[in-house]
Design a protein. Sequence first.
Length: 116
Amino acid sequence: MFKNLLSKLELIIFILISSMVFLFLMNYSESLAKYILPEYSYFKLPLTFLFLMPSWILSMYLLLYTYYFAKYIIGFIFRNYVYARLFIACHKSTKSCKFHKKIGLDKHYWHRVIKR
């Protein structure tokens, strides 16, 4: 349930950021089209979209790339440092750890715990 709620929250944040980027790029493209074209030109809106679409696609690609990179880095740090370092004491007191240590397979147990 928490994972589903978190994914919905991520989606809402992504939609808000993409709409803000779209509005910023639309404003910038319109100003650029006004600067390039004469004052009363019918080509202002098509030129605005001609500037807007490639820059918006590139910015969404960079936004998604940054999101997945940050998600990977945070997950990597949590799995390898936070989980392995902070909760190791809790695992040492479990019956499974004591059993694996008794039969000499404690390295196998820790390898299995870290993979979770």
